[in-house]
Design a protein around this ligand. Structure first.
Ligand SMILES: Cc1ncc(COP(=O)(O)O)c(C=O)c1O
Length: 347
């Protein structure tokens, strides 16, 4: 049976988190001389001399409305990359514990494992880019703390079968992380609605993709309150800066614009797939639920270098297992996609 106390690191159970000036006094006052800030201001038009809200309350309240999740079930990180790292630091004892990764998938899970000296046990996806449940079951032992599933998956673009993820959630005694960075482009439903069902589920999303805010570094994890409490304890006190909080809040008022872009991206994705299929050097294009497509070609290196020479950069994924010969192409604006397709005519 999953029980957070069985998987939490002992040092994190004992951890007394840093208590900031703003944690210790939250009431109304007119003179704040408690945080060693510059009381005079900032040498800017906008003032940033005060520390930001460590708990990002306003942004969480807005996210809560949009996502239909109570604010106490939301963690906000300096990008979802920070949430990945915090999960390692909270649950995985360096040199002892392990996590399950299912490549080809997002590269940061393995980098974070390596940084934290945690063994990454890899169970390759099936040739259809779905989970090898038997392989995962064999790889799990008493030191397995986390399983990372990316759905829609980067770099393959497809969604992972929902029933398979639910099988893991129901049977694994550790935490199943479902990374939904690309969920806004997907036909699939989010796993957020399953949070009431599974105490060992962490759903990650980000403002870096559909929301167009990669430069602000704002990522979210949605989970049971007891997991969020641990993540908040482990995070740096002011992990999301004031300007990012302000701008994220402003952007989150603009759902209509984001939905327009998502619609256009899906139209452009279909257009790219249809047009790319016509080229002799394109062998296959995998069905995508994301804002990119994985294109299997006869000569990935040749096409990649040719495009670089024309000032067009795609991602060469041809060295990755199950992605041999493949390029990952992000869906651009209509003009950018036209430039890409016209340029490829000359390859
Ligand atoms: C699957 C996946 N998760 C997370 C991230 C990182 O997101 P963030 O910008 O929120 O750190 C990416 C970025 O490419 C990604 O592809």
């Amino acid at each position: 049976m999953y029980n957070i106390n069985n998987i939490l690191r002992e040092n994190i159970k004992r951890l007394v988190p840093y208590s900031s000036a703003r944690d210790e006094y939250q009431g109304e006052a007119s003179v704040f001389l408690d945080a060693n800030e510059n009381a005079y201001g900032s040498p800017l038009a906008q003032q940033f001399n005060r520390y930001p809200d460590p708990m990002q309350y306003a942004v969480k309240m807005r996210l809560s409305e949009i996502k239909g999740v109570p604010a106490r079930n939301i963690f906000i990180g300096n990008g979802s990359d920070e949430a990945i790292d915090i999960l390692f630091r909270s649950f995985c004892n360096p040199g002892v514990d392990n996590v399950i990764l299912v490549p080809p998938t997002y590269g940061m899970y393995e980098v974070s494992a390596n940084i934290n000296d945690v063994e990454a046990r890899k169970v390759t996806l099936t040739p259809e880019y779905q989970l090898n449940l038997e392989g995962i079951a064999e790889a799990i032992d008493e030191h397995t703390k986390l399983i990372f599933i990316c759905s829609p998956n980067n770099p393959t673009g497809n969604s992972i079968n929902r029933e398979d993820i639910e099988t893991l959630l129901a049977n694994f005694n550790g935490i199943v992380v479902v990374d939904e960075a690309y969920i806004n482009f997907s036909r699939q439903k989010t796993f957020i609605q399953e949070l009431t069902e599974y105490a060992n589920l962490v759903v990650m999303q980000t403002l870096s993709k559909a929301w167009g805010l990669a430069g602000l570094r704002v990522g979210m994890a949605f989970a049971a309150e007891e997991i969020i409490e641990v993540m908040n304890k482990v995070k740096p006190p002011y992990n999301v800066n004031e300007s990012s909080q302000q701008l994220a809040l402003e952007a989150l008022a603009n759902v209509a614009q984001v939905n327009e872009w998502i619609k256009e991206t899906l139209i452009q994705r279909d257009r790219l797939v249809l047009a790319l299929k016509e080229f002799d050097f394109v062998l296959d294009i995998y069905p995508s639920d994301a804002n990119f497509i994985l294109v299997k070609t006869t000569d990935a290196n040749g096409i990649y270098n040719f495009l670089v020479g024309k000032g067009i950069i795609v991602r060469n994924r041809s060295k990755i297992e199950l992605c041999e010969g493949s390029l990952r192409i992000t869906v651009g604006t209509p003009d950018e996609n036209t430039i890409l397709l016209n340029t490829l005519q000359n390859f």
